[in-house]
Design a protein around this ligand. Structure first.
Ligand SMILES: Cc1cc2nc3c(=O)[nH]c(=O)nc-3n(C[C@H](O)[C@H](O)[C@H](O)COP(=O)(O)OP(=O)(O)OC[C@H]3O[C@@H](n4cnc5c(N)ncnc54)[C@H](O)[C@@H]3O)c2cc1C
Length: 288
């Protein structure tokens, strides 16, 4: 690994200044789980790392019944998973975070680092998208609040400007009848990373779907909402047949990738199966 300098700014403003001054030769350092792998493999060769470790304002989780959830960018996956606030108000998020990677990564990797790396084969982006997340970023030009759909641009590409850091992730307050489910499909039991993921956040009255937000991740370059399937489910009582019909639309509408972990045809089929089971399971009907 190439030698580097480890910088520890004491404020967000100082961090942004360092990022602006150093440009391409530096990287933000949060938990280091993705960064260190990239550096060890020499895919990344920064001369400076700008650590966020001293910025305590970027830690912690808060909830307000009107404004919803705020998760500091430096919050660990394990902290999201065991937060009583997340468990009480966004159980699908807690359940997702508890399944990220393995205990080592969950106790070192941050939710902000996950979003900023923008690796498609990960869990939080799709789940946060279904929950209507916004990403708060801060740089020398001030603060911006970006819907997650606009924050995630492409494979390993985000809307962050070079001098910006993610400070917080916000989720709207859950509405009446809010419920949700996150499902991930692994190609083999030994793999940590999902091959496909389906996140479904709904408002429902029993088996009647008032509103649905469905996002597919890991099988696509960036997670995407599946609006046709959402529209099909909204305003209907969900049956096994409707779940199967919506899942078929989901599989048809995704921009499936083909790579060494699976062809686009295989991924579409897995997404269809996972989506059908997720929809049926959430509404308590047997999958067809
Ligand atoms: C073995 C292994 C298995 C994994 N399996 C899974 C899995 O099953 N599911 C899953 O979802 N993820 C998985 N991951 C990915 C993991 O979630 C991420 O590596 C982790 O969340 C990254 O967070 P970090 O704090 O370590 O980021 P770092 O490694 O510190 O940084 C990652 C990138 O984001 C940038 N960055 C970090 N924080 C910020 C910020 N606040 N603002 C601006 N830029 C920032 C860094 O500059 C760097 O480019 C796995 C990782 C490993 C190593």
């Amino acid at each position: 690994m190439r030698d580097f300098e480890f910088l520890e700014p004491a404020s967000l403003a100082e961090a942004s200044r360092m990022l602006a001054d150093l440009g391409d030769s530096c990287r933000v350092f949060a938990g280091g789980t993705a960064l260190m792998l990239g550096m060890r493999q020499r895919m990344l060769t920064p001369s400076h790392l700008v650590s966020l470790g001293r910025l305590d304002a970027l830690r912690g989780i808060g909830f307000d019944a009107r404004d919803g959830l705020r998760i500091g960018a430096l919050t660990l996956h394990a902290e999201v998973a065991r937060s009583p606030l997340v468990q009480a108000h966004y159980p699908m998020l807690a359940s997702m975070a508890a399944r990220v990677a393995n205990p080592q990564v969950r106790n070192q990797g941050t939710i902000g680092g996950n979003l900023c790396y923008a690796d498609p084969a990960t869990d939080p982006p799709g789940c946060l998208m279904a929950l209507g997340a916004q990403v708060v970023v801060s740089g020398s030009g001030g603060e911006r609040v970006i819907p997650i759909e606009d924050f995630l641009v492409d494979y390993y590409v985000t809307a962050l400007a070079p001098d910006e850091v993610v400070t917080q992730i916000r989720l709207p307050a859950p509405g009446a009848g809010a419920d949700g489910r996150y499902a991930r499909f692994l190609r083999t039991a030994a793999e940590h990373r999902p091959l496909a993921s389906v996140a479904l956040a709904v408002r429902r009255e029993g088996a009647f779907c008032v509103e649905a937000r469905l996002a597919v991740g890991a099988s696509t370059p960036v997670p995407a909402r599946l609006r046709r399937a959402e529209a099909l489910l909204a305003g209907k009582t969900v049956t096994s047949e409707l779940a199967a019909e919506a899942a078929a639309i989901v599989a048809m509408d995704i921009n499936a990738v083909s790579d060494m972990r699976g062809s686009d045809t295989y991924r579409r089929e897995m997404v269809r199966v996972v989506a059908r089971r997720t929809i049926a399971g959430l509404f308590g009907v047997a999958p067809e």
